[in-house]
Design a protein around this ligand. Structure first.
Ligand SMILES: [Zn+2]
Length: 245
């Protein structure tokens, strides 16, 4: 291995440890994010139920007003019934009165239905609110766990980061940029070993993605101290001495 590639290889050892620790922390953070999302979803469910409730309440209020004004009208009709001048007038008022009374009892039934539905919605809202409370207290625990993990890892991470800093010395900056880019895509694994896939034939593959590598690439890795990338996964290829044989 050329000096530059060897330096990158050292960097990779450190990078993988950093990525491992970071992954553990990220996992815990993702648990929190997922729970926050669950809470937000439940809250928007409540909003929807409240809107539903509001429109039902409005409709029930409107119908109640209607019943009240019909009641007034019914009272008037009853008075007219008493002052009816003849049989014909009496029976026409009576018909109107009965129609109004029938309408009113239908409307009152509708109001009762709405009120029943509103009760049901209130129950649903209360259930969801309980769920939200439970999720929130779990979130507090998750956040604590995430913070503890982060605190616990911080010394080790700082140490590794300064080791990483030291390990980049002597490596051309553009190579470090490339390394960092590939590493971030592959959990710290910016490099992949060349594997010989056939004992007798000159056939090779990238350890990172298992795809074939040309002999020309292998020769470049062996003869030059520069980054040769896997065509498929983009990792920086390196060879163990055994590959050369
Ligand atoms: Zn590859």
């Amino acid at each position: 291995m050329g000096a530059t590639i060897e330096a990158l290889h050292n960097l990779q050892e450190i990078e993988i440890q950093i990525a491992d620790i970071q992954r553990g922390i990220d996992r815990k953070k993702r648990v929190c994010e997922k729970r926050e999302k669950t809470i937000a979803d439940l809250e928007s469910k409540i909003e929807k139920l409240e809107r539903d409730k509001h429109s039902k309440q409005k409709e029930a209020d409107r119908l109640q007003l209607e019943v009240r004004s019909h009641d007034d009208h019914i009272t008037k009709l009853r008075e007219s019934l008493n002052t009816a001048k003849n049989q014909k007038e009496y029976s026409s008022v009576l018909t109107e009165l009965n129609t109004f009374k029938a309408d009113n009892s239908k409307t009152e039934e509708q109001v009762l239905n709405y009120l029943g539905e509103i009760d049901e919605l209130n129950k649903q809202v209360a259930d969801i609110q309980n769920e939200i409370e439970a999720e929130k207290s779990k979130l507090v625990e998750n956040e604590q766990a995430a913070k503890e993990a982060e605190d616990k890892a911080s010394n080790r991470l700082n140490k590794l980061r300064s080791e990483r800093e030291a390990a980049t010395e002597g490596i051309p900056p553009e190579l470090i940029d490339m390394f960092t880019r590939v590493a971030s895509k592959n959990d710290g694994e910016a490099m992949a070993m060349i594997m010989r896939t056939h004992p007798r034939r000159q056939e090779y593959a990238c350890e990172g993605c298992n795809m074939a590598i040309t002999i020309e690439q292998v020769n470049n890795v062996l003869s030059r101290d520069e980054a040769v990338l896997c065509n498929v996964c983009g990792r920086i290829l390196y060879a163990e001495t055994a590959t050369a044989s």
